[in-house]
Design a binder for this molecule. Structure first.
Ligand SMILES: Nc1nc2c(ncn2[C@@H]2O[C@H](COP(=O)(O)OP(=O)(O)O)[C@@H](O)[C@H]2O)c(=O)[nH]1
Ligand SMILES: [Mg+2]
Length: 348
């Protein structure tokens, strides 16, 4: 399952819909000029006018209402992102109102088309046609702000990366420059995809990891997501990050223990603690990266910390050179299988 927002059609603005109706209407009127030679034809034209407005409004609204995913069936991961990007309540209200508008214009059309057809005189038929169109257009107008709201805000959803929240995922966390992207690339079968993530400036790297022939995982690095303490985030950013808690999987926290690492061990521990406290029910694995350039003191410091905290495994890897990466991956797969069962990683 990919992002439910990927295939949403473009939503027009209210004004575009009105312009479309006006256009079609004008063509109908121009096309019939000089051809109306009987009262029957004249009445048919009145019916067609009403029908044209009704059908255009209906199909435009229908495309919106049925083109959007039904929010209560959207996966919690994407629901959270929708909430930060668009607003859950606003989205739902807009869709519900437009769905109601659909029903209403259907009812109005049903009533007025009968009136136009059965009015005793052509004059009356014309009056009913005008009234019917007026009512349909006024329903459209009353919903203007919902149409424009969706038109403006939905495009943002389309840029959400296509993470499958039900597929077990290795979420690689750690401070900037520790080697997250390098690790994701190393374990991915093909070239990873690069996608923006809401409220972060950098892109997210999304890779697919194959284990044997039948099993598959996802791996994402989290640039600008889990790379500094979450308490420094504004609430919106925080919510976008916390959506990741709905993604199945394991966090791999990378330390950079190289001699010229950008951050001290203490700083890296602070970010780790923050993640631990917020993603309580996700297994977390510690890995120390860049062992090919390791600083012994930093390694000892990390080991002391891990022991104190009761971590019974640390992996010493080099993502760049591929050192111990397989061991780390095997361990992560075991954890995933223990937590979610072997079925979870079977390729579909
Ligand atoms: N020596 C060494 N350098 C590494 C290793 N892994 C990554 N790097 C380098 O560290 C820098 C930052 O890596 P990157 O994957 O972009 O870090 P990210 O910001 O955490 O995604 C790059 O120059 C990498 O080549 C490693 O195992 N050993
Ligand atoms: Mg990176």
């Amino acid at each position: 399952m990919a992002s439910p927002f990927e295939r949403i059609p473009r939503i027009p603005r209210y004004k575009e819909i009105v312009a479309k109706i006006t256009n079609k209407y004008r063509k109908l009127v121009e096309g019939s000029r000089g051809r109306i030679r009987s009262a029957r034809k004249a009445r048919e034209l009145e019916i067609r006018k009403l029908q044209l407005v009704y059908e255009t409004v209906y199909s435009e609204l229908e495309k919106i209402v049925y083109g959007l995913p039904f929010i209560d069936r959207v996966h919690p991961f994407y629901k959270d992102l929708l909430d930060v990007l668009v607003g859950y309540d606003e989205y739902k209200r807009a869709v519900v109102r437009l769905a109601r508008a659909l029903k209403l214009i259907e009812k109005i059309y049903g009533e007025y088309v009968v009136l136009v057809k059965t009015a005793p005189r052509l004059r009356d038929a014309r009056r009913f046609r005008k009234e019917g169109i007026g009512r349909i257009m006024s329903v459209l107008k009353r919903n203007r702000k919902f149409i424009d709201f969706l038109s403006e805000n939905i495009p943002r959803l389309k840029r959400i990366p296509s993470i499958d929240p039900e597929k077990p995922t290795i979420i690689v966390a750690g401070m900037p420059q520790v080697g997250k992207s390098t690790l994701v690339k190393k374990i991915s079968t093909a070239e990873p995809e690069i996608a923006p993530y809401p409220f972060t400036t950098k892109n997210l790297v999304l890779g697919h990891v194959r284990i044997g022939v039948a099993y598959e995982l996802q791996a994402i690095d989290t640039p600008g997501l889990l790379d500094r303490p979450l308490e420094e985030r504004n609430p919106i950013e925080l919510q976008a990050i916390m959506a990741l808690k709905h993604v199945k999987g394991v966090i791999v926290y990378l330390f950079d223990a190289s001699r010229n690492s950008y951050y001290t061990v203490e700083e890296q521990v602070r970010v780790l603690e923050d993640i631990l406290s917020r993603f309580k029910d996700k297994p977390l694995v510690l890995a120390v990266n860049k062992v090919d350039e390791a600083d012994k003191n930093k390694i000892e410091e990390i080991e002391r910390y891990a022991k104190l905290k009761g971590f019974n495994r640390i992996f010493f890897i080099s993502a760049l050179k591929g050192l111990n990466v397989k061991e780390l991956l095997d361990y992560v797969v075991d954890l995933i299988v223990k937590k979610y069962g072997r079925e979870a990683i079977v390729k579909s």
